[in-house]
Design a protein around this ligand. Structure first.
Ligand code: SF4
Length: 475
C-alpha cells in the first residue's frame, strides 16, 4: 500500500554499501549498513558476498529486516560484500529488478549495485540487444553490468575506468568480483558516497556517512566525483578514472530531504544545512504567527531554524506513525479516504486557537499539503501559513529521483497563489534558489534542475512524459 503521503514525496533512489573486512562476517556488516540506509529505499534489498571465487546473493522485495533473517544471512560467508536497498515505483518493483545484479563473465562472476540514473542507458540497452545480448531485467543497472563485463582490460578497475566516460548522468556503484570490492562515483557527484576504515581491519563504502558511523568506521571521507576506490583485504587503493566535471552537480535534495540528518556531505552537516534553510526561509518569507510546527521528520531542523530567526516559539504539531507507509495490508475505503490521517495525528493542545506556521520540505503533487493544512485547521488553528524549505518543483528529475512527470508536478501548472488556494493555506512561501544556496553556503556545485529546468547533463525532455522509460530505471 502506498499512501498519498508516500506518493507526494520525492522518492529517493537507493542505498549502497560495499565492504572488505578481515573476518568472514562481511554480509552481517552489510546488513547493518543497509539497515542504516533503509530510508533510501524500502521496496527491495539484497546482499552479495564473495569468498574470493564464488559470489552468493540473497535478495528480495520488502524492507531489509523482512528480506533478511539469520537463516538467510548465515550462508552468505565471505570477506567481501556489497548491499543495496531499493526504491522503485509499483509495477517496476519486481524480483527481476532487485539488486545486486550478478552476471557470469569470462573473468568470473561480477556483482553490481547502482544508485542513480544513467540518462543515456537506453542507447546502450539498444546496442546490447542489437548485438544479441539477452537481458533479464528492465533496469539500467543490468545494462551497466553487461557493458562493464564486455570491456577489455586486465583488472575490473581498469575495465571500469574505460567504460565510465561513456556513461552520462548519476551513478554511484558498488561492485564485487573475485577478492575485490570496487566503488565508483560519477564525475558530476550527483549522489553521495563515502569511504571509512573499519577499526579491526578493512574498509566500507556507503551512500551516507551515518551507515559508516553505525559500523564504527574511522577516517571517513567522500569518494570523489570520477574516482574509483578498490577495497581488497585490509588495503584500499584509489584512482581518478574520469576528471571531475568542471561544474559539480550534487543533488540539492540530499540536503533538503533525502539524507539522514546525521549525514555529512560536501563537508556540511545535513542537520545544520536544514536548520540554515529554515533560518533563510524565516528571513525571506516571514509570517505573523504564534507557533512554528514541522512536518516530521525531515522538516524538524528547518522549523527550529525558522523559530530561531522569527522569534516565534517552536513546538510539535504532528505525531507521525513512522511504520504505516510500509504496510502491505490494504486499508479500508474509509481509512483510505482519510489518507494522510493514517500517517499523521495532530497535537491539538499545541495548535488550537493559534496562528500556525507549518514548515515542510517540498510540495510535489500537492496532495499531502492540503490534507495536512486541513488537519491543522481541524485541530483548532486560527490561521495556517505554509513555508517550504526549497523553491517550487517545476521540472522532473532525470537523475534517479522520482518526483513525477511534468503533468504531475503542481508547480509546473500553478503559480504560488493558486497552489496556496489549492492547499487551503492562509499564505504560502517557498525559499528562492539564491536563498537556498546561501543557506548551504555554496554558490555553485549543486544540481537545481528540478527548480530551474537547467539540467547539468543533457537530457531528453520527452523522457519525462512517461513515468518511466523502462521499468526499474531508478537505482
Ligand atoms: S533534478 Fe532535483 S532531485 Fe534530481 S538530481 Fe537535480 S536537484 Fe536532485
Amino acid at each position: 500500500m502506498k499512501s498519498h503521503v508516500e506518493s507526494d514525496r520525492p522518492k529517493e533512489e537507493c542505498g549502497l554499501v560495499g565492504i572488505s573486512t578481515a573476518g568472514n562476517d562481511a554480509a552481517r556488516l552489510a546488513f547493518f549498513g543497509l539497515y542504516a540506509l533503509q530510508h533510501r529505499g524500502q521496496e527491495a534489498a539484497g546482499i552479495s558476498v564473495s569468498d574470493g571465487r564464488a559470489v552468493r546473493t540473497h535478495k528480495g522485495q520488502g524492507l531489509v529486516g523482512q528480506v533478511f533473517e539469520a537463516s538467510t544471512l548465515d550462508p552468505l560467508v565471505g570477506r567481501m560484500a556489497i548491499g543495496h536497498t531499493r526504491y522503485s515505483t509499483t509495477g517496476a518493483s519486481n524480483e527481476r529488478n532487485v539488486q545486486p545484479f550478478v552476471v557470469e563473465t569470462i573473468h568470473g562472476p561480477l556483482g553490481l549495485a547502482h544508485n542513480g540514473n544513467v540518462v543515456n542507458a537506453d542507447r546502450f540497452r539498444t546496442e546490447l540487444l542489437e548485438r544479441g545480448a539477452g537481458l533479464q531485467s528492465s533496469s539500467d543497472t543490468e545494462v551497466l553490468a553487461l557493458m562493464l563485463a564486455g570491456m577489455e582490460g586486465d583488472t575490473w578497475d581498469e575495465r571500469l575506468a574505460k567504460v565510465m566516460p561513456r556513461w552520462q548522468g548519476a551513478y554511484c556503484l558498488t561492485i564485487i568480483a573475485g577478492t575485490k570490492v570496487i566503488a565508483a562515483r560519477d564525475p558530476w557527484g550527483f549522489r553521495p558516497l563515502s569511504l571509512g576504515r573499519l577499526p579491526r581491519g578493512g574498509h566500507v563504502v556507503a551512500s551516507e556517512t551515518g551507515a559508516l558511523q553505525t559500523l564504527g568506521c574511522l577516517d571517513i571521507r567522500e569518494v570523489n566525483p570520477g574516482e574509483i576506490v578498490v577495497l581488497q583485504g585490509d588495503l584500499v587503493r584509489s584512482r581518478q578514472a574520469v576528471p571531475p566535471a568542471t561544474e559539480m552537480a550534487r543533488c540539492t535534495f540530499e540536503q533538503i530531504y533525502f539524507s539522514r540528518p546525521d549525514a555529512v556531505w560536501d563537508d556540511l552537516s545535513v542537520h545544520e544545512a536544514r536548520q540554515n534553510l529554515g533560518e533563510e526561509l524565516a528571513r525571506e518569507r516571514p509570517a505573523e504567527a504564534d507557533v512554528v510546527i514541522p512536518v516530521p521528520d525531515s522538516s524538524v531542523p528547518a522549523a527550529i531554524g525558522f523559530a530561531n530567526v522569527s522569534g516565534i516559539p517552536y513546538n510539535e504539531g504532528f505525531v507521525k506513525n513512522r511504520y504505516i507507509g510500509r504496510t502491505f495490508i490494504e486499508p479500508t475505503d474509509e481509512l483510505r479516504r482519510q489518507g494522510v490521517a493514517l500517517k499523521f495525528n495532530t497535537l491539538a493542545a499545541n495548535i488550537a486557537g493559534r496562528r500556525v506556521v507549518m514548515v515542510d520540505d517540498s510540495i510535489v503533487r500537492g496532495t499531502t499539503s492540503g490534507q495536512l493544512v486541513r488537519l491543522v485547521r481541524e485541530a483548532g488553528a486560527t490561521e495556517v501559513h505554509v513555508r517550504i524549505t526549497c523553491p517550487p518543483i517545476t521540472n522532473p528529475c532525470f537523475f534517479g529521483v522520482d518526483m513525477g512527470t511534468y503533468d504531475e508536478l503542481i508547480a509546473h501548472h500553478l503559480g504560488i497563489p493558486e497552489i496556496s488556494d489549492h492547499i487551503g493555506a492562509d499564505s504560502l512561501g517557498f525559499l528562492s534558489v539564491p536563498a537556498m544556496m546561501k543557506a548551504l553556503g555554496r554558490d555553485s556545485g549543486y544540481c537545481n534542475a528540478c527548480f530551474t529546468g537547467e539540467y547539468p547533463v543533457p537530457v531528453q525532455l520527452s523522457m519525462a512524459t512517461e513515468k518511466r522509460r523502462f521499468d526499474g530505471a531508478l537505482g
